[in-house]
Design a protein around this ligand. Structure first.
Ligand code: DAH
Length: 367
């Protein structure tokens, strides 16, 4: 039964004492049952509300007390008031203490949780393909050589047996550096159109035998479409020794393509032309999308062209004769492949632009 303030008829010290004790034990009991903020507010209002709280009701005792008891009732009422106020205050404190503990609890940090992972960067599919291809040749004993992207006409063309005004230069869609007209043609700067100039630069530095691959960026004045980009990557290869034959070239490239695309892939060599190789060939692999049956990627032919190659033209050795490359004593093969092409075949990408747009949704698939 909730406590109610009794109407006092008997104001004897004993009866007054009993009434005070009842009230105080009620407030203590109710205080101990308070458990939430809402409870606490109700508790406070029930006991201390100005209008009809229990204290206000109990103050009615003062009015009804006979004159000779008023003083004693007044004293006891003050005592009640102080005790009730203290109890309400203490209850509030207890709850606040409790909610501080609750706040601590809710803000608890579990230091053993793994935390927020930063996404790690990953190799771009072009760079990954480039590295994988280089690794295939390294395993065959090739070393890696590099050359500049801003190249001279001499290394990009002349020493590769493209004479001045030779029509084969037109096939390279060259981007040239401005204001070079006052220099001799061979010294004029351009953006290299292929990695082949590294062949010459390497042979100037290293006497035969050489086996090198040269990965890098190349540039051409090409309009952008699904298979062209003005900046792309190539990997050049060069092997020079006594007795290098076309069979060595075929065996090497067939092995490399099987290492990159799986042992069931076939290679096919067919005649082509490059000024710096004689004979020259283009190399196609059996289409890995359709397995050679014919599909959109291979334009229904079952074959996809991936690179150019050939036996180093003796005229090229002529440019590095003084460095130990006597075409009468040595021979060699060379090849050059487009890395984007390899990556597109490897991962079934049908638009070269995907490789350069930097769309994380695309790139994440390679992480
Ligand atoms: N440099 C040629 C190109 O970009 C590719 C090439 C063909 C490289 C034949 C070679 C080669 O080393 O022997 O089109």
């Amino acid at each position: 039964m909730p406590y109610t303030v009794p109407k006092l008829e008997d104001f004897s010290p004993a009866a007054l004492d009993q009434a005070v004790q009842d009230l105080l034990s009620a407030v203590r009991q109710e205080a101990s049952a308070v458990s939430g903020e809402n409870d606490a507010r109700e508790f406070r209002d029930r006991w201390m509300a100005r209008k009809n709280g229990i204290l206000t009701q109990a103050s009615g005792w003062l009015k009804t007390a006979p004159a000779d008891a008023k003083r004693a009732v007044g004293q006891r009422f003050d005592e009640i008031k102080t005790r009730v106020e203290a109890t309400v205050e203490a209850t509030q404190q207890r709850l606040q203490g409790g909610s501080a503990a609750a706040a601590l609890e809710s803000e608890r940090v579990d230091v053993t949780l793994p935390g927020i992972r930063r996404p790690l960067g990953a190799e771009h599919p072009v760079i990954r393909t480039l590295n994988e291809t280089v690794a295939v040749f390294r395993a065959m004993g090739y070393s890696v050589a590099e050359g500049p992207e801003v190249e001279t006409d001499y290394y990009n063309f002349e020493a590769l047996n493209f004479p001045p005004n030779h029509p084969a230069r037109d096939t390279q869609d060259t981007l040239v550096i401005a204001d070079q007209d006052n220099k001799p043609l061979r010294d004029r700067l351009l953006l290299r159109t292929h990695t082949s100039p590294v062949q010459i630069r390497t042979m100037e530095q290293i006497r035969p035998p050489v086996r090198i691959v040269c990965p890098g960026k190349v540039h051409r004045r090409d309009a952008t479409d699904a298979s062209h980009s003005p900046v792309f990557h190539q990997i050049e290869g060069l092997a020079v020794d006594t007795n290098i034959t076309f069979s060595d070239l075929k065996g090497t490239l067939d092995h490399a393509m099987k290492a990159l695309f799986g042992s069931s892939v076939k290679t096919r060599f067919f005649p082509s032309f490059f000024p710096f190789t004689e004979p020259s060939a283009d190399v196609a692999i059996s289409c890995i999308i359709c397995g050679g049956k014919g599909c959109r990627t291979c334009k229904q032919t079952g074959w996809v062209e991936l690179m150019g190659c050939g036996m180093v033209d003796p005229n090229v050795f002529g440019f590095v004769k003084d460095h130990g490359y006597d075409p009468a004593r040595i021979s060699g093969f060379a090849f050059g492949m487009g890395v984007e092409r390899l990556a597109m075949m490897k991962y079934g990408i049908d638009d070269i632009q995907m490789l350069f747009q930097g769309d994380v949704r695309f790139l994440e698939q390679f992480a």
